[in-house]
Design a protein. Structure first.
Length: 202
């Protein structure tokens, strides 16, 4: 999969068993804190994906993570997807994620992956969300409403079988010229910023 990983603080704030009230462990399988994410793409099973596609996907993610700043989004509320064979016939309790920037980023990433010949599942209409738990179809949704909050998505995980890598979106706060200066091999910041050498951009 390719997904945004949640930071630990946010994951614990949402995870069942971390102050979000009791739940029935017989009917509810909560998402572990270290597995909470916002899915972008499902590439398939490890044994079904050619190694060339995995390498191409990593190349695309290397590039986009260097060019894209953190993505702002809003979370809030609790929804419930009906059971399917993909969820082992369990309903899925989730927190909706709202962000036009996220949808745009995903569309651009999809274009880049397809251009490199990387396949991914397109079986469902994309609905950005954070899965809270898998629950029996007859069980109650295990938690109440999640308050709306602003979050930043900045850590992409690429995980398929034994292969796993993380990509951090670069901050876009700096001006391009200033960032280029700092990335230059012989850059030195003077105490007086007006004296900082800009000739190190070559």
């Amino acid at each position: 999969m390719i997904a945004f990983k949640l930071d630990e603080g946010l994951a614990k704030a949402l995870a069942l068993g971390y102050g979000n009230g009791p739940f029935d462990s017989m009917s509810t399988r909560p998402t572990p804190v270290d597995e909470m994410h916002v899915m972008l793409f499902h590439l398939g099973k490890f044994e079904e994906v050619p190694l060339s596609q995995l390498a191409a996907a990593e190349e695309v993610l290397d590039k986009v993570s260097a060019d894209q700043g953190p993505i702002k989004a809003t979370i809030g509320g609790v929804g419930r997807f009906p059971a399917t064979e993909h969820s082992d016939f369990k309903d899925v309790a989730y927190v909706p994620v709202t962000s036009l920037d996220l949808l745009k980023f995903r569309e651009e990433l999809a274009t880049a992956l397809k251009a490199k010949g990387v396949g991914f599942s397109e079986d469902f209409e994309y609905t950005p969300h954070i899965t809270l738990a898998y629950i029996d179809q007859s069980a109650m949704t295990p938690m109440g409403r999640v308050q709306h909050a602003e979050i930043a998505l900045e850590n992409i995980i690429f995980q398929i079988g034994p292969i796993g890598k993380e990509f951090y979106l670069e901050s876009m706060d700096e001006e391009p010229v200033e960032k280029a200066m700092k990335d230059a091999p012989h850059y030195r910041q003077a105490e007086d910023r007006s004296q900082t050498c800009s000739s190190c951009i070559h």
